[in-house]
Design a protein around this ligand. Structure first.
Ligand SMILES: [Fe+2]
Length: 383
C-alpha cells in the first residue's frame, strides 16, 4: 500500500474549492499525482501558465494534421504509426478500398475508433456495420478484415501485451456514461455466411499476423472466417460515441477522468462528448490548466467545435507530453467563467499514457509547427 503524503494545506490567496471561485484575476493550475486521483495542489497564478514566449529543446506541445496522410493504405499494419511506447501504439489508418486479406494482432487488444467513412467489420465472431464515431474493441488474437463502403479513417490504438477493460465507475455505478448492455456484438448472419468459401470451392486467403510488431503471413485455401456459431464472454464489442451520456455537474468542472471510456494497464482512453456548460457563476467553464505530471496526453479531434482550442480541426491530433502545463487557448480563456453557448459541441478522444510516448517518424507535411506558440494568440472571443 502506498502511503502518499496527502495533507490539505492552504497558503496565501486561494480558493477552498478546486475549479471554482478563483481569486479575482487568477488562473488556476493543478499539479497532481496519479492522474487526477492522487495528492494534488491548485496554484493561483497572475498569468496563464501557458504564456511562454520562447522554447528550446525536444520537449514541446505538438499538433499533427492527420487529414494530410495517404488515404490508400490497404492494410492496418501498413498504417502510419504516430506515437508509441512499450504499452501503447497509436496509428492512423486511412483506407479507400476493402481489405482483400485478414489480419490478427498478436501483440495486444486492438481498439479502433472510426473517425469517418462507413463499412463492415468481419471477424471470427461474425460481422457488424461500422460508421463514424464507433469504437470497436477487438480482443487480442481476433482475426478480422474491413470491407469499405465509403473511404474510412480509423484511429488504431493497441494495448500492447495487455487488454482493455471498462473503467471503475465508483459512486455513479456501472450504468453511467454508457450501460455495458449498449455494447453491440458481431452477428453470424446471412451476409457473414455468404462471404464464406462455398463447399468444394478453393480460394486463397492471406492472414497477416502482427507479433512483436513484425508481420508474418499465413495462407489458407479457404476463407478462415468460417464460423457458424460461438458462445462465451470474450468477443469484439462496438459502441458509438453518440450513445454516450457524459457525466457533468452544473456547479463543478469535472476532470477529464470523468470521461474515461476504456482502461488499459498503463493508459486510458477518454471521450469528450457534447454536454451543457456549468451554470454556477463561480465554476470554471473551461478545462483547468494542469501539468498531467504522471501522464503523456494525446488528443484526437473527431467532430464539432473544439471549445478550448483554437485552429484545431477534426482529424487533428495533439500531443502534450508530461513536463509542462497545458490548458485552454486564449480565446477560450475569455469564456472561462461565462460561456458563449449553452453546450459544448465537440467529440474528442484523449489517450493518457503513464509512460513517455515516442513520436514516430512522420511525413514532414503533417506537423503544425506554429502550435507551440498558439497560446500567445490573444484575439477575439470564441463564439
Ligand atoms: Fe490534460
Amino acid at each position: 500500500m502506498k502511503n502518499l503524503i496527502n495533507i490539505p494545506k492552504m497558503e496565501g490567496n486561494s480558493s477552498r474549492q478546486a475549479h471554482a471561485d478563483l481569486p479575482n484575476g487568477t488562473f488556476e493550475r493543478e499539479m497532481s499525482k496519479e492522474g487526477f486521483f492522487g495528492p494534488s495542489a491548485h496554484i493561483y497564478h497572475r498569468n496563464p501558465p501557458t504564456g511562454w514566449i520562447d522554447w528550446d529543446g525536444p520537449l514541446r506541445p505538438r499538433a499533427f494534421n492527420l487529414n494530410k496522410l495517404s488515404q490508400n493504405v490497404d492494410c492496418p499494419w501498413n498504417s502510419v504509426e504516430l506515437l508509441f511506447n512499450e504499452n501503447c501504439r497509436i496509428a492512423m489508418w486511412r483506407a479507400s478500398k476493402s481489405m482483400k486479406h485478414l489480419v490478427r494482432n498478436a501483440d495486444g487488444d486492438q481498439l479502433l475508433f472510426i473517425h469517418s467513412g462507413t463499412g463492415e467489420l468481419y471477424s471470427d465472431f461474425g460481422r457488424f456495420e461500422i460508421i463514424a464515431g464507433d469504437y470497436v474493441l477487438l480482443p487480442r488474437g481476433t482475426m478480422w478484415r474491413v470491407q469499405v463502403k465509403r473511404p474510412i479513417d480509423i484511429l488504431l490504438i493497441e494495448s500492447t501485451n495487455a487488454g482493455f477493460s471498462l473503467p471503475d465507475k465508483g459512486i455513479v455505478g456501472s450504468h453511467a456514461f454508457f450501460d455495458p448492455a449498449m455494447l453491440d456484438t458481431p452477428l453470424i448472419d446471412k451476409k457473414f455466411l455468404d462471404q464464406q468459401t462455398a463447399a468444394g470451392a478453393t480460394e486463397r486467403w492471406q492472414l497477416r499476423i502482427k507479433r512483436k510488431n513484425n508481420i508474418s503471413t499465413v495462407t489458407y485455401p479457404y476463407n478462415p472466417l468460417d464460423a457458424v456459431g460461438w458462445h462465451g464472454s470474450l468477443m469484439p464489442v462496438k459502441i458509438n460515441v453518440k450513445e454516450f451520456r457524459p457525466l457533468m455537474s452544473h456547479r463543478y468542472h469535472l476532470p477529464p477522468s470523468a470521461h474515461t471510456t476504456f482502461v488499459s494497464e498503463r493508459f486510458v482512453v477518454c471521450t469528450f462528448c457534447p454536454r451543457p456548460f456549468e451554470q454556477d457563476p463561480g465554476a470554471l467553464k473551461v478545462p483547468f490548466f494542469h501539468n498531467n505530471d504522471d501522464y503523456d496526453e494525446v488528443l484526437f479531434y473527431h467532430a464539432g467545435d473544439f471549445f478550448s482550442r483554437d485552429n484545431i480541426d477534426a482529424g487533428m491530433l495533439t500531443f502534450h507530453p508530461a513536463g509542462f502545463t497545458h490548458g485552454p487557448h486564449p480565446k477560450a480563456l475569455n469564456n472561462m467563467l461565462k460561456p458563449k453557448k449553452a453546450e459544448t459541441d465537440e467529440y474528442a478522444l484523449m489517450i493518457d499514457t503513464r509512460d513517455a510516448l515516442t513520436v514516430a517518424d512522420l511525413p514532414n507535411n503533417i506537423e503544425d509547427d506554429s502550435y507551440l506558440f498558439s497560446w500567445l494568440d490573444q484575439g477575439e472571443e470564441i463564439k
